[in-house]
Design a protein around this ligand. Structure first.
Ligand code: SAH
Length: 213
C-alpha cells in the first residue's frame, strides 16, 4: 500500500473508532484532503486526529469532532447550509459534498480570503465565504435548513435561531470559552425549539464584530 493510501485508511479508522459511522459523512471526509487546509510546520500533522493552529490565532477542529458534528447535523442533498466560523474552510468543504449550497462566514477577512482560494483550487463551486459577524446571521440568504456553528457562544444566538427553517437543525457548542462546553443540537419544530445535549467539546469563542485582519 502507498503511504497515502495507508494514511487515509488510518484517518478513516480513527473517525470510525470515535463514533463517526454515517456512511455519507465518511465518504465526504474521505474526499476532502485535510492537508490542503493546514499550512507550514503543522502540515505534516494534517492526518492526525487533533486540532491544529491556523492563521489569526484560530484552530482547525479535530477531524473526529468535525465528523461527529457533521453527523449530528444530518445534512440532506437539497439542503442550504450556513456555517459560522469558516476558519481554514475544512468543515465547509465537507459540507459542500453533502448539501446543495453552503454559506460560510468568518469574522477574519484573511481566513475568508484563504478559504475562498482553497475552495476554488478544489473546484468546490457550491460554497460561498463571507467576512462578517456570523452571530448576526446571514439575512440575505435565510432561511437555512441546517446551521453549524464552530465557535462557542454562551447561548444560541437569537438571529441564528430565527434563520433556521421549520424542521431545520442547528448544531453548536455552548458555554464559557475557558471551560468545557457542550455540543447542542437544536431542532426547530412547528411548536418551537427542541434542545438535545450531545457531548462535551472545546472550541474558540464566538466573538462579536469583525477581527483586525
Ligand atoms: N470550522 C473551522 C474551524 C473554526 S475555528 C475549520 O473547519 O477550520 C472558529 C472560527 O470562528 C475562527 O476562525 C473565528 O474567527 C470564527 N469566529 C469567531 N466568532 C465569530 C463570529 N462572530 N462570526 C464569524 N466567525 C467567528
Amino acid at each position: 500500500m502507498t503511504d497515502d493510501a495507508e494514511r487515509k485508511m488510518q484517518f478513516l479508522f480513527a473517525l470510525r473508532s470515535k463514533g463517526v459511522t454515517d456512511k455519507r459523512v465518511l465518504e465526504a471526509m474521505e474526499k476532502v484532503d485535510r492537508g490542503a487546509f493546514v499550512r507550514g510546520i503543522f502540515a505534516t500533522r494534517a492526518y492526525d486526529d487533533m486540532p491544529l493552529p491556523i492563521a489569526c490565532g484560530q484552530t482547525i477542529s479535530q477531524p473526529s469532532v468535525v465528523g461527529l458534528m457533521t453527523q449530528a447535523l444530518n445534512v440532506q442533498p437539497r439542503d442550504k447550509v450556513l456555517e459560522i466560523g469558516t476558519g481554514s474552510g475544512y468543515q465547509a468543504a465537507i459540507l459542500s459534498h453533502l448539501a446543495r449550497r453552503v454559506y460560510t462566514v468568518d469574522r477574519h477577512r484573511r481566513l475568508v480570503q484563504e478559504a475562498r482560494q482553497v475552495f476554488e483550487d478544489l473546484g468546490l463551486a457550491n460554497v460561498t465565504a463571507f467576512a462578517a459577524d456570523g452571530s448576526r446571521g446571514l439575512a440575505e440568504q435565510a432561511p437555512f435548513d441546517r446551521i453549524l456553528v464552530t465557535a462557542a457562544a454562551e447561548d444560541p444566538p437569537g438571529p441564528l435561531l430565527a434563520e433556521l427553517r421549520e424542521g431545520g437543525i442547528m448544531v453548536l457548542p455552548v458555554g464559557q470559552s475557558d471551560a468545557v462546553q457542550s455540543l447542542i443540537k437544536v431542532t426547530r419544530t412547528a411548536e418551537g425549539f427542541r434542545y438535545d445535549e450531545l457531548r462535551p467539546v472545546r472550541f474558540v469563542p464566538l466573538l462579536e464584530g469583525l477581527g483586525q485582519d
